[in-house]
Design a protein around this ligand. Structure first.
Ligand code: GLN
Length: 235
């Protein structure tokens, strides 16, 4: 399964979120600490963010993150208050080009899927960005509306009970994360909140979100962001 993270808060450089943390996404691309399925995440990566005008920007690649020297050169000067990044371990049978790498977008939301789902359980969609299962799932989530993501995931899980459907999304004002077969962790910092597949360091303030939960990080109100974690068994 892939590894992903979302940041919402004061602008931070992409390097400080993705490359610099000692156990962050770069490290997770070759030595994830909590990954249950798959060994390395060498089948590509993607970074998406909202720019100052709120527009989605993405940089994706089909190559291992650790070999991307041009990205490493520019990542320190790319900064945003809304970033979603992922490293990929491709599911067998899925395309290996960069269009299959998260994050996917509808122009507003950035979405990453960690897991796999049978494409037989996903009606095809012409607006999917790739034939990869994750891209088709993203198109379904966008079409139904992110506010309905729990219903969409339940529908897909009914059609494929073996699916892993871990999702992480941001539209620049909030983060929505869903665990379905894996976990998430989050860290509240003075200048924002990060939600990730696994902690990027050993800071004891990281809080785990168990499987089958929804985490929502809301827009900032007087400098604080409301965070809710809901057990999906309860809704
Ligand atoms: N199924 C997706 C892909 O092939 C995601 C894989 C993953 O989470 N490892 O890219």
């Amino acid at each position: 399964m892939c590894r992903h993270l979302a940041w919402l808060g004061a602008p931070r450089s992409v390097a400080s979120l993705v490359l610099d943390p000692p156990a962050g996404l770069l490290h997770q691309s070759y030595a994830p600490r909590r990954q249950k399925r798959g060994v390395v995440n060498a089948d590509g990566w993607g970074v998406g963010f909202h720019d100052d005008a709120g527009q989605v920007r993405r940089w994706r690649s089909s190559r291992p993150l650790w070999g991307e020297s041009s990205f490493a050169s520019l990542a320190p000067v790319l900064a945003s208050g809304s970033v979603l990044a992922a490293v990929r371990s491709a599911t067998i049978g899925m395309p290996l080009d960069e269009t299959a790498a998260a994050p996917f977008t509808d122009g507003t939301w950035l979405l990453s899927h960690n897991g796999r789902v049978s494409r037989a359980a996903l009606p095809p969609r012409l607006d999917a960005e790739s034939t990869c299962d994750s891209a088709i799932l993203a198109a379904h989530v966008f079409a139904a509306g992110v506010d309905r993501v729990v219903d969409t995931v339940r529908d897909v899980a009914r059609a494929d009970p073996d699916a892993y459907l871990n999702l992480l999304m941001t539209d620049g004002t909030r983060i929505v994360g869903l665990t379905w077969g894996d976990e998430l962790s989050y860290l509240v910092e003075p200048d924002g909140v990060v939600v990730a597949s696994e902690p990027w360091d050993d800071d004891p303030r990281w809080i785990d979100v168990p499987d089958h939960h929804l985490i929502e990080v809301g827009p900032s109100v007087n400098g604080a962001r409301p965070i809710s974690v809901t057990d999906l068994e309860d809704r």
